[in-house]
Design a protein around this ligand. Structure first.
Ligand code: UDX
Ligand code: UDX
Length: 459
């Protein structure tokens, strides 16, 4: 079969995989190939057990796989035949050298740019899909244009705003698709080619053209704004606990103002995920590198409040359990960084677990999707931690339940049954405020919600 266009995506991760599956399903006349250096990952994409858990993803993949969607490790072959190349390799925070702990590690990006040059023999459009520091495209262009073959590459920024757990819905019904390009005829044409892909299913008014730097920076800023809302409400949760105010009532009251809106105002044990912290630190680093210390400090505080909130949660557990958790079994209900995903990257669960294990607690970690990742995250603590998918079994002989992830199923657990099998006094620390606290108290638990008065049976 001959295809109208050939699209390649380098990087078959949480972003590249679902995004390309949706593009292939929506654009049957385009050939979409996803390549990755990780052969195991590619094999999983070609099977029935996809490498990531995402509602509706398998159906979309099945719709297009083998028809116009292909997963492969042949990166050179993929580059050669592609007209448009999306790059979605990871850009983690640097762990070494200058900017360690703050800046993005762009080594995979640079390597990919060199690979593209090496295996191209005609003009191509290169699309930045990964979240990148503003002005990365400039460096990309320099590497790409240095080629001795006289090939023209147009770099376009098309950041991805999908959230994990709702990736397919977010891709099918995006609030906006951002396409940033260089001024001039060639840049405009490249942007139009990319826009034509999304125009298959996204209304024209939602496809926004910007300059390259605005597109790159918008992604960092969007994530920073979302994270800032979470840190804002989490900072208020601490104040609520001191004053008797109820943080959920405050979220509702404040979010009812249409200028503020109700989203991302749910107090929590802290935000996690591969993006928020990384992107804010990157924003901080960039601001600092331009000498904008006040701007850097402002955004840095969003991350600091997030760390404070996680720390505060652990402190409450230890203090309320009579200042020691040595030898006490504590159940972590959930380990994923949010519900409906198995992803644990930057999950507050990691911090909470490590701190409790350092205090010599015994942990039973339960999660419907994330136990594989949890095992890796907590390697080195064997003997002190068990991984138990069944929350009822996890609760046997435990002294406390700590909600880390807002899995809907946790609301429907039979807590009376759990209470009966636990040691007394029994505690619940609800890091997501999802449980019925009054009911738990009636059952006999000592209940510690976030940003609400505690309910204890102690006189
Ligand atoms: C990644 C970035 O982390 C994020 O900043 C960006 O917004 C989107 O892309 P994600 O898809 O979640 O997010 O990352 P990950 O699941 O780690 O996937 C990246 C994939 O790229 C991995 O499968 C990795 O094997 C692959 N990769 C990495 C390559 O194929 N080549 C490389 O040189 C490096
Ligand atoms: C985020 C952005 O939403 C998305 O647009 C971007 O492309 C990638 O980063 P993601 O990290 O997948 O997506 O999940 P998100 O739903 O944004 O949640 C991030 C964290 O904030 C989670 O740990 C979540 O539990 C937490 N959160 C979110 C809260 O604690 N309270 C809230 O009210 C909302």
């Amino acid at each position: 079969m001959s295809f109208k266009k050939k699209i390649l995506c380098i990087g078959a991760g949480y972003v590249g995989g679902p995004t390309m599956a949706v593009i292939a399903a929506q654009c049957p006349e385009y050939k979409v190939t996803v390549v990755d250096v990780n052969a195991e990952r590619i094999q999983a994409w070609n099977g029935d057990h996809l490498p990531i858990f995402e509602a509706g993803l398998l159906e979309v993949v099945r719709q297009a796989r083998g028809r116009n969607l292909f997963f492969s490790t042949d990166i050179p072959g993929g580059i050669r035949e592609a007209d448009i190349i999306f790059v979605s390799v990871n850009t983690p925070t640097k762990t070494f050298g200058h900017g360690a702990g703050m800046a993005s590690d762009l080594q995979h990006w640079e390597k990919t740019a060199h690979q593209i040059v090496a295996h191209s023999d005609r003009a191509k459009i290169i699309v930045e899909k990964s979240t990148l520091p503003v002005r990365t495209a400039e460096a990309m262009e320099r590497i790409l244009q240095e080629n001795k073959k006289g090939i023209r590459f147009d770099v376009v920024s098309n950041p991805e705003f999908l959230a994990e757990g709702t990736a397919i819905q977010d891709l099918l019904h995006p609030d906006r698709v951002l396409i940033g390009s260089r001024p001039g005829e060639s840049g405009r044409r490249a942007a139009e080619e990319v826009a034509a892909i999304f125009a298959h299913w996204v209304p024209a008014g939602k496809i926004i053209a910007t300059n390259l730097w605005s597109a790159e920076l918008s992604k960092l800023v969007a994530n920073a704004f979302l994270a800032q809302r979470v840190s804002s409400i989490n900072s208020v949760s601490a104040l609520c606990e001191k004053t008797g105010a109820d943080v959920d009532e405050i979220s509702f009251a404040v979010g009812s103002d249409h200028r503020i809106g109700p989203h991302f105002l749910k107090a929590s044990v802290g935000f996690g995920g591969s993006c928020f912290k990384k992107d804010i630190l990157n924003l901080v680093y960039i601001a600092r590198s331009y000498g904008l210390e006040e701007v850097a400090g402002y955004w840095e505080s969003v991350v600091r409040i997030n760390e404070y909130q996680q720390e505060r949660f652990v402190r409450t557990i230890i203090d309320e359990m009579f200042h020691t958790v040595v030898g006490k079994k504590i159940v972590l209900l959930g380990f994923a960084f949010k519900a409906d995903t198995g992803d644990t990257r930057e999950s507050p669960g990691i911090h909470v677990a490590r701190k409790l294990l350092e205090e010599r607690a015994l942990l039973a970690v339960s999660d419907p999707q994330a136990l594989g990742n949890a095992r890796r995250d907590l390697a080195g603590f064997s003997g002190q931690v068990e991984f138990e998918p069944d929350p009822y079994r996890a609760a046997v002989e435990a002294q406390a339940l700590a909600v880390i992830t807002e899995w809907r199923a946790y609301c429907d657990l039979d807590f009376a049954r759990m209470f009966a099998s636990m040691r007394k006094p029994a505690f619940v620390f609800d890091g997501r405020n999802i449980l019925d606290h009054h009911r738990l108290f009636e059952i006999g638990f000592n209940v510690f919600p976030l940003g609400k008065p505690a309910m204890t049976h102690f006189s």
